[in-house]
Design a protein around this ligand. Structure first.
Ligand SMILES: [Zn+2]
Ligand SMILES: [Zn+2]
Length: 324
């Protein structure tokens, strides 16, 4: 099997994380794994890189989406408009891809009172949920032509096996080449960054949040338990991961340490709200980091709750955590 059947195309994004990686399989068929955000810069970068290889954007046959975040899928709609490309994604990503504005509105409606119930002052909660709005221009709604599910294989020249890895986002998937054990990991596993499993709505609901961190850790463990030995990983950002399984173990350990640090604070100063815990651990967080910060705290509280180590009491609609 040809191991260099694809090209890594580094696409600029307007986001703090910097560029993202689009992977282009260039053979009889052209398949892109994650095209990038909906910006002219991303479009032009992709076009010139494909042209350098002797292809046009209209030659694209297939687009695989690792997860429904705009730095990865935003451009898909424009590419579909100039090619006959089919879009493939996990079924839990379909709603967010098809109607990102509606999805954001449902998230805002849920998370504003939710964050208040976690001890965040109401006004801060209001601002926090409105902050993503200006970024709406970097994604365009796109229809999924075909959904894929766990264990299914997609032929992109090589066969890639779908591994469902929710956590960083619902509908997240890794694409594993069973022949050489390489994996396209999206944002599920990154070489230098520990992805923040952001809280979202449980797919198909408007009233239930995901327990993103426990789900994420479970997805990391599943990558380690596959029949396929996963080695090198091609990530959604930054460099190649030398050993995906080793990196997954590192990330699991990192969250274990963080969880114990939160438990120590609760032991010393509990009962506390998630918001108080966040202020304690990250006192100087800018407004733009409030939501990720709350997700970080609540994720670790969820782990402690799953282990039966915290008691939760609710007074006047606000939840407080203490060690059991
Ligand atoms: Zn992401
Ligand atoms: Zn990303």
């Amino acid at each position: 099997m040809n191991e260099t059947a694809f090209e890594r195309i580094e696409i600029p994004t307007p986001f703090h994380i910097g560029s993202m990686n689009c992977y282009a399989f260039l053979g009889a068929d052209i398949t892109l794994v994650d095209p990038g955000p909906a910006t002219d810069e991303a479009y032009d970068t992709l076009r010139s890189r494909l042209e350098a290889e002797g292809y046009g954007l209209d030659d694209i046959d297939r687009i695989l989406v690792t997860h429904p975040h705009m730095d990865h899928f935003g451009l898909a709609s424009r590419l579909k408009a100039v090619s006959d490309a089919e879009l493939l994604a996990h079924e839990d990503a379909v709603d967010q891809l098809a109607d990102p504005d509606g999805y954001l509105a449902r998230e805002q409606a849920f998370f504003e009172p939710f964050l208040a119930s976690m001890g965040m002052p109401e006004q801060v909660a209001g601002t926090t949920v409105e902050l993503p709005e200006p970024y709406a221009t970097f994604r365009e709604p796109v229809t999924v032509d075909e959904t894929f599910t766990e264990g299914e294989r997609v032929d992109v020249g090589d066969e890639l096996e779908i591994v469902h890895t929710p956590g960083h986002s619902p509908g997240s998937a890794c694409f594993v080449d069973p022949v050489d054990g390489t994996a396209f990991t999206g944002d599920h596993v990154l070489a230098e960054i520990s992805p923040n499993p952001l809280l979202t709505l449980e797919p198909g609901t408007s009233e239930q949040r995901t327990r993103s961190l426990p789900t994420y850790l479970e997805s990391l463990r599943r990558l380690r338990k596959l029949d396929i030995d996963v080695g090198v990983g091609y990530a959604g950002h930054r460099g190649t991961i030398p050993d995906v399984v080793e990196r997954a173990v590192e990330i699991v350990d990192h969250h274990h340490d963080r969880k114990e640090a939160f438990a120590d604070v609760l032991e010393a100063d509990g009962p506390m709200t998630a918001y108080q815990l966040m202020r304690d651990r990250f006192p100087d967080l800018p407004a733009t980091e409030m939501f990720p910060g709350m997700c970080e705290v609540i994720g670790h509280l969820d782990l402690l709750e799953d282990e039966g180590r915290v008691e939760i009491t609710e007074t006047d609609g606000v939840r407080r955590y203490e060690l059991a």
